[in-house]
Design a protein around this ligand. Sequence first.
Ligand code: NAD
Length: 303
Amino acid sequence: MAAKARIAVVGAGLMGHGIAQVFALAGHDVTITDSVGASLDSAKARIRANLADLGDDPAAVERVRPLADLAAAVRDADYVVEAVLEDLSLKRSVFVEIERHVRPATILASNTSVIPITRIMEGLRDRSRALGTHWWNPPYLVPLVEVIGTQWTSHPAIDWTIALHQAAGKMPVHVRKDVPGFVGNRLQHALWREAIALVEHGICDAETVDTVIKASFGRRLAVLGPLENADLVGTDLTLAIHRTVLPDLERRGGPSPYLEALVAQGKLGFKSGEGFRKWSGEQQAALRANVLQHLKKARARDA
Ligand SMILES: NC(=O)c1ccc[n+]([C@@H]2O[C@H](COP(=O)([O-])OP(=O)(O)OC[C@H]3O[C@@H](n4cnc5c(N)ncnc54)[C@H](O)[C@@H]3O)[C@@H](O)[C@H]2O)c1
């Protein structure tokens, strides 16, 4: 991997501007594009504010070049990462368009949260250079990037992408099979399914679910993964627990009716003031600030 690569970010929203920031801070030249003028226009201001807040080099923002024209943004790139809305047909058409303008060796990545990369990339002429890179929000604070190959992705494309993210201070992992949700979101939503079921079945309320997690195994999760934990307590004990508990866990193959009812009632969470719980403006701001503080402290500890 070249020490200085040309990176193009397509989609300048929440994730796109943060991904651009990480690559610019790592010394790469970054173009960023968006189909909505307001998103593109605000990208550099958002990056500037983040850099100031984190105490990172303010000059990094000068390596980010917003361009309204997609073709101009991707034409010279070594690496293109897409972060447009989570919509399969939109992503497919964006990649077909990107492929028309990039050089033959350019690697193409999607930052989809859960959509299989195979479905996004199957319409491309050269699928060997296409892969997934699943970042977490905010991209400049959460270290993990899942790098997902399809049956067509070349090994050099995977290796180059892993090296690119490693050199930019991220923690890339290789996901060997292109399954919906990859690794992180499968694990996260397995937990959310059970969390919602506990409320749905009246075992406890939503606040209690969150308290139980945050005040118990959530405390350890950042330093003790579940399989490390299983080895720590013993696989024999884990087996005994699973024999009792697993038959009782939620195993519904689709979303909970409780969740569907919330959405149908317009209880959409922060954006409507109520979801599983009611949220005042102050409570929302406090929770957001608390998460940000926690992630910033973790980054400082890692440094
Ligand atoms: N938000 C998260 O926590 C998170 C985490 C990991 C991955 N992701 C994934 O990242 C992607 C982006 O999510 P986000 O949260 O940044 O969304 P967002 O809505 O903040 O940003 C999406 C941007 O894409 C732009 N866009 C739409 N169509 C476009 C097009 N044709 N060409 C160029 N730009 C276009 C929009 O104008 C918008 O600025 C999604 O696939 C999402 O699932 C999100």
